[in-house]
Design a protein around this ligand. Sequence first.
Ligand code: AMP
Length: 442
Amino acid sequence: MSQFSLLGLPEALCRAVQERGYDTPTPIQAQAIPAVLTGGDLLGAAQTGTGKTAAFMLPILARLASVPRPAGNPIRALILTPTRELAAQIEESVRHYGRYTKLTSLVIFGGVGQNPQIEKLRRGVDILIATPGRLLDLAGQRALALDKIETFVLDEADRMLDMGFIRDLRRVISLLPKQRQNLLFSATFPPEITDLANGLLNRPTRIEVARNGASPTLIKQHVCLVDKGLKRDLLVHLIKEGNWFQVLVFTRTKHGANRLAEQLEKSAIPALAIHGNKSQNARTRALAAFKAGELQVLVATDIAARGIDINELPHVINYELPQIPEDYVHRIGRTGRAGVEGTAHALVGADELGQLAAIERLLGSKIPRITVPGFDLSERAIAAANAAPAHERRQPTARPASHHQRPGGQPAHNRGNGNTRQANSGNRRPGGGRGPRPSGPR
Ligand code: AMP
């Protein structure tokens, strides 16, 4: 008997998860599956990377498959996500997990033609995964009805609010039947999420898990202090020296992502950028090539990368630190998943030391510094940055302190294990001068 069947899942689903290579339920799965199977509401404090998709999808599939499809073939489960990538990924999982059931699923989001989506909706789907905009659009056109939804999942609720979807969200909720099961997942719990959860959920089971279950230390974090003008060369150096493949690089701006991808290409490193200005098809193609290991580097902005789930993604690089400290945790969470080790390097210039300090406050620990000969940020630059008037330093965007709180009151963080090649920045180059414009770093 598999460990999943002990949680109450039917054989058809246990077989599918076994084929996916899951032997043991993750902590969130062990807690959520029995709770969702009872039909009650659930409040989950968890991020992607914990196995949360299967935690809610498996019991939903089990419940839907246990009774005959109602007359009229209505949509019976709705999963609402903030981004297209996350929606597409969840639907892919649903198809895998549900392969030995007769249940059907569909993902809908904007940025692509609506007619194929309308055509599929007409044929009937049991499970709909959607982003709010296109969902409301199609509901407005009467291409879909949500009045027979049995289970409603709100995934990444905090990100949904950050992206300004609160009004859309309330409109979606108003289209649902009163009697239904609600599942809400969020990584952080600012007051707006608590209010939303209080209004939406009826005596929910509360579940809280750390990222990656028991293995947050699988991500080895490093900070490389570097002169801003040398960042690109350092990136090329790290990728080439380390012989890194499947490297996800984060930039702050769409323009920066484009430029960096072009520059990497010029250095003979195959790279593509994904961000909100790219067509959905271009984003999907780039992501597929990256997942398949055909593309060495994917350069992304935060929104585009949200929810990207690549098995065994080995390397994440913060080319620029995010303005919002929590985004650092989301970014590095793309690696070190499902038991596989990953590295996360942050290339930090003198003007980003304030952001770095804010991130380290959130993590509750200092990220180990490493020095790469020829690229180290000079003592002078650090001293100058520290001496600069506050208004000249780049300040991180603060969120209300409560944003960091999980329901249990602990900070939603994740700690690196401090395992580095060269711990600390003690061994700076003598003289502390700027690194050379390296045509070839030493
Ligand atoms: P999620 O948090 O749903 O994005 O899942 C993170 C990753 O963990 C995905 O690649 C899943 O395929 C994988 N995963 C989910 N559940 C398990 C499990 N029980 N055992 C091993 N891997 C899993």
